[in-house]
Design a protein around this ligand. Sequence first.
Ligand SMILES: Cc1cc2nc3c(=O)[nH]c(=O)nc-3n(C[C@H](O)[C@H](O)[C@H](O)COP(=O)(O)O)c2cc1C
Length: 333
Amino acid sequence: MNDPEKAHHATINLLALGGSLAPGRGLIRAMFPIKQNGPEVKAFGLTFSNPLGMAAGYDKEGTAWRGLACLGFGHIEVGTVTPLPQPGNPKPRVFRLVEDEAVINRMGFPGSGAEAMRRHLDHPRPKGLVLGVNIGKNKNTPLENAAGDYVSLVRAFASKADYLAVNISSPNTPGLRTLQKRVALEALLNPIAAERSAQSIQLNKPVPLLVKLAPDLTDDELDSALEAIQSAGMDGVIIGNTTLRREGLISSKATEEGGLSGKPLNELNTSMIKKVYARCGGTLPIVASGGVMQAADAQRKLDAGAVLIQLYTGLIYEGPGLVAKIINSGLRS
Ligand SMILES: Cc1cc2nc3c(=O)[nH]c(=O)nc-3n(C[C@H](O)[C@H](O)[C@H](O)COP(=O)(O)O)c2cc1C
């Protein structure tokens, strides 16, 4: 199949079907056996059976997470979900840079919206699986009203998710990344934190909030974003999203617009994890997302200071067996 987005939908449909039936789930588990699960991770009040998770954007609609869980992931982050349905950017909008083991995407949060996602999450949770929901604003919502979108999504998903990830780092929604600037970020995070507290009291459970940052922030921008994140009482950061950088690529698709993921992101990502760890001294849990293609990459992120790791592009190039391969490698946290 030549169109990466069509290939992705075929896989998602297969995982959704397999994951919806007990024999299907058994079959997926038997195909990709986990020989030694762990190490268990405790972070932001949750217990993860192992450090490896599915990054946001793979199961955008929350239809395939039960199938994905059978590959061995300790957590799955569904979304990005927006309050209302929206089409996303015109196709084609996903490009494989095969020679670079990378992907460029400019999806722009296509999806059926919060109501549909809520229905998709209404299934019994596989034992031990942590489910995160990644939330974003609708394209048509003016930036000055962005907080309203995020607050409504905290309200919609606090009861359904184990944690929520505030996505302000996709390069494909105009202006979204400007929300990472100190003043804008405080104005955004304070009402989100207030809604989280209200939900947490009402539901009588913690509702951890993570913020997903871009790898393209300057050191100063990163410092001030981290200050805002900590002063708003966020529980952790996801480092990070796709990059707008293009250095060192050889594929002819490298000139496509959008966010770059996969192998070329690996080093940039690990160095950002080290910076955040040095800056926050371990007081802010770090979830690594960027360029995990092999077990050794995952271990390097943990060694750099991450408590959890996520992957996406590695699954495209290495196949679904990568999850078991990484977990069976015996990660050390
Ligand atoms: C096709 C595609 C769609 C993505 N969609 C989202 C998204 O909706 N929300 C989000 O936070 N990240 C999204 N991402 C970013 C991934 O979650 C991840 O942070 C990034 O790809 C880096 O990890 P990787 O190198 O393992 O792919 C997307 C990535 C790809 C390749």
